[in-house]
Design a protein. Structure first.
Ligand code: PHE
Length: 485
């Protein structure tokens, strides 16, 4: 029965899929922006340290947990831990919630790609500003729901094909294509006038404040938790994604090497995405005489307002770059979304197998996507809070909680803000102190001769929990606007 779970066709296929999961919206709008805002090189340095001592270690932990148990995230925790069997539920709740907004944002990418495509074919790129387009799209509830549905249909079509027949196939083509498109956009971005200012914002410590992009530098704890939160989200950790993907991996594959490749590739793409978007956005702002502090360099408005303006004002070739860019973002979003859908689907398929039934992948993926569509419809209708929908915690028209600007923030707070850091804190305690690092090291040593035992044990027992506690504190401080530091 075990063999019927399916598996990756090749190690490269697995790597493409894992990198696909990691490379997503987080890389494109999170990393460059947070890097600039939080002190350029200082942020990069902290990010890299965290990636090596926390990200890489948890990556090995998750992949080995999946491969050892040959089960999705709930099953993996159940069979490994007596004290924390329920953590798996946290790691299945989070991806499900993340999909509520990921699908909507993916839908927006399809919308913008179609728009640039029609501008390319019929002209008219100069018609509307990014800000007008974006607010029109948010207010168009029917359109937002329709594009969200389209995005989920694409995910459904891929996930129903299975691990090697769907997910691996998509990423084998999608990832190299994404890379090539990214290089094209980087070349275009760096050759725009004023691009150097954007590079300095990203790389030079203190430049963001000096040049007036932001008012003041954040404190060290804020930077630490911003870098940590970003790293977790970006590497798809504590979401069950890597446990799930690891559970389909062959015993002979090298988990140490694979983990290192995923971490390096994800960080590299995040950095490249920064060079692709920030200089272009800054260059356009300077050209239009916009004050530095008013240029939107992160979040949805970076993608759908600032960059759309860049393409609109680029002349005849603008829409072509627009199509390439939004397709790139769309591929990044799909390859991440399918890993989230797979976490939930694998859970149901494994559960059926445990009960001695043969799970029907088509049916399971279908119902998972239906459930996601229901929650995503709320986020789509809300249009980032522009359509006056009630948001949890809102009373009598007043926000009594700071996250309540919109449904997307609320969903993000629950998943990225709480479930993710809490889940990985508990995971490191479970591995380090309950089942002991040795249990997973035995698994890691299948296919790898590297002697990483001391490094792994020390990191997972001491460094990871400490870092996680900080990150959790920082995230709570951030999402609840507590201003503790
Ligand atoms: N890593 C993805 C990103 O950077 C998001 C993601 C998180 C995907 C967790 C899967 C699991 O956008």
């Amino acid at each position: 029965m075990k063999n019927e779970r399916g598996s990756w066709g090749s190690n490269i296929g697995f790597l493409m899929a894992a990198i696909g999961s990691a490379v997503g919206l987080g890389n494109i709008w999170g990393f460059p922006y947070k890097m600039g805002k939080s002190g350029g090189f200082t942020f990069l340095l902290i990010y890299l340290l965290l990636a090596v001592f926390v990200g890489f270690v948890i990556m090995m932990g998750e992949l080995s947990m999946g491969r050892k148990t040959r089960q999705g995230v709930v099953g993996a925790y159940h069979s490994l831990s007596k004290r924390f069997p329920w953590v798996g539920w946290l790691a299945i709740f989070a991806p499900f919630i993340i999909m509520s907004f990921y699908a909507v944002l993916g839908g927006y990418c399809i919308d913008y790609m179609a728009l640039n495509l029609s501008n390319l074919a019929f002209g008219g790129a100069e018609l509307t500003s990014g800000a007008d387009l974006f607010s029109a799209m948010l207010a168009n509830q029917f359109g937002s729901v329709a594009f969200t549905l389209l995005f989920l249909l694409i995910c459904y079509a891929i996930n129903r094909g299975g691990i090697s027949g769907g997910i691996e196939k998509f990423n084998n083509v999608g990832m190299p294509a994404l890379f090539v498109m990214l290089v094209i956009i980087i070349i275009r971005s760096l050759t725009l006038p004023g691009a150097a200012e954007g590079l300095k914002f990203m790389l030079v410590p203190g430049y963001a404040v000096k040049a007036g992009f932001i008012a003041s530098s954040p404190g060290l704890v804020t930077v630490l938790s911003a870098a940590g939160g970003q790293m977790f989200f970006s590497l798809s950790l504590a979401m069950g994604a890597m446990i799930t993907y690891g559970s389909y991996l062959d015993k002979k594959e090298n988990l140490v090497k694979n983990s290192a490749v995923i971490v390096v590739a994800d960080t590299l793409v995040a950095f490249m995405a920064g060079i692709a978007v920030i200089p272009a956005a800054v260059s356009n702002g300077i050209r239009n005489g916009v004050e530095m502090s008013q240029i939107k360099l992160g979040g949805p408005s970076l993608l759908f307002i600032t960059l759309q303006d860049v393409f609109r004002e680029m002349g005849a070739a603008g829409p072509l770059f627009g199509v390439i860019f939004y397709l790139l973002v769309l591929i990044a979003a799909i390859s991440s979304a399918i890993s989230l859908v797979e976490v939930v689907s694998t859970f149901f398929l494994d559960r059926a197998a445990r009960k001695g039934r043969e799970g029907n992948r088509h049916k399971v993926v279908f119902w998972v996507c239906v459930a996601i569509m229901i929650e995503a419809t709320i986020v789509a209708l809300d249009g980032l809070g522009s359509n006056g929908l009630w948001v949890p915690g809102q009373a009598g028209g007043a926000n009594i909680r700071p996250w309540n600007d919109c449904w997307l923030d609320f969903m993000d707070m629950m998943s990225e803000g709480v479930a993710m850091p809490l889940g990985s804190l508990l995971m490191s305690l479970m591995i380090g102190w309950e089942i002991k690092p040795k249990t997973l090291l035995n698994e890691i040593h299948h296919g790898s001769a590297s002697n990483i035992d001391r490094f792994f044990s020390i990191c997972i027992r001491f460094i990871v929990p400490l870092a996680m506690a900080f990150i959790l504190l920082g995230q709570i401080n951030d999402f609840f606007s507590l201003n503790l530091f």
